[in-house]
Design a protein around this ligand. Structure first.
Ligand SMILES: [Zn+2]
Length: 304
């Protein structure tokens, strides 16, 4: 009688890869999650595949940052090296490359910043396109732009097509809200903005109709899959998106959602295993075909 199925095949595990790190380093605000050095990736890929998790989403912590974020598209950039390591170890594990500049810019914004501190949307597009081509060239199976600049899906699609990656799909962070729940991620990825915030390019949490407009616009620009982020505070948006479009829909169960549950479980206030299962099932029930979650390994291990 169960209406909603949740299987490891629905799940994507995000990984933080840090340049210069050897082994693993725990992330304080995300108990149970680590940053990984390049040397830890092969074993991680083997372990994820043995749990049945089909895909990872990669975020990089580069050795240095600059005002344009050039580490994002460097040939030997941290994510580019990470993809090659994972593909050498486990060629069938799907690798999704996050495309944004905020992990690579010295100011922590997702795009090029003008002298007055505002983000220059149009000047950012070619850099995002170059990053996407670089990641596809390194072996990423799917390109996932998270920056929220206007027109970036079209810019990335045409750059991929022109570079021989016409078959590489785009998973667009289409409805990405300006959320308090990204806090722990910014510690994990060292990507907090040095000034201002991202509200000029991320969406107002109060706006549901605008989320649908963003999703439709991204699909018309060439997105093959769309994402709603965060997940739990936006399940209504997720359901509406699922009802409105034909393409696969992903939901990102973000760092703050993870930290909230794990903090309560760590204090004995929640049954961790049941809470994780309920959260992930509810995200599926709301319409997600793909769930990106830090709970991936815990949940998959509990199924065994
Ligand atoms: Zn960003």
């Amino acid at each position: 009688m169960r209406e909603t199925e949740l299987a490891p095949s629905h799940i994507v595990y995000p990984l933080f890869v840090q340049a210069g790190l050897s082994g693993r380093q725990p992330i304080d605000a995300m108990p149970g999650q680590d940053r990984l050095g390049l040397d830890a990736l092969a074993a991680e890929a083997v372990s994820l595949e043995s749990l049945g998790i089909p895909a990872v989403l990669l975020f990089g912590l580069p050795p240095a940052k600059d005002d344009r974020g050039s580490g994002a598209w460097a040939r030997d950039g941290i994510v580019q090296q990470a993809v090659r390591r994972i593909k050498d170890a486990r060629p069938d594990l799907l690798v999704i490359g996050d495309v944004c500049l905020c992990e690579y810019t010295s100011h922590g914004h997702c795009g090029v910043v003008r002298a007055d501190g505002s983000v220059d949307n149009d000047a950012t597009l070619p850099l995002l396109a170059e990053t996407a081509v670089s990641l596809a060239g390194a072996g990423c199976d799917i390109i996932a732009p998270s920056d929220m600049m206007d027109g970036r899906v079209a810019a990335i699609r045409s750059a991929l097509d022109a570079s021989g990656f016409g078959e590489t799909p785009i998973l667009s962070y289409a409805a990405k809200f300006a959320s308090a729940f990204y806090g722990p991620f910014r510690e994990a990825a060292e990507s907090a903005p040095a000034f201002g915030d991202r509200r000029t390019y991320q969406m107002d949490p109060a706006n549901r109709r605008m989320a649908l407009d963003e999703v439709v616009a991204d699909i018309s620009e060439g997105a093959d899959m769309v994402m709603v982020k965060p997940a739990l505070p936006y399940l209504d948006v997720l359901r509406e998106v699922r009802n409105a479009v034909g393409v696969p829909v992903a939901a990102y169960n973000v760092s703050g959602e993870y930290a909230m549950l794990m903090a309560a479980a760590g204090n004995g206030w929640l049954d961790e295993r049941r809470a994780i299962d309920e959260v992930l099932t509810s995200i599926r029930r709301a319409g997600a075909d793909i769930i990106i979650t830090y709970h991936a390994k815990q949940w998959a291990q509990a199924q065994g």
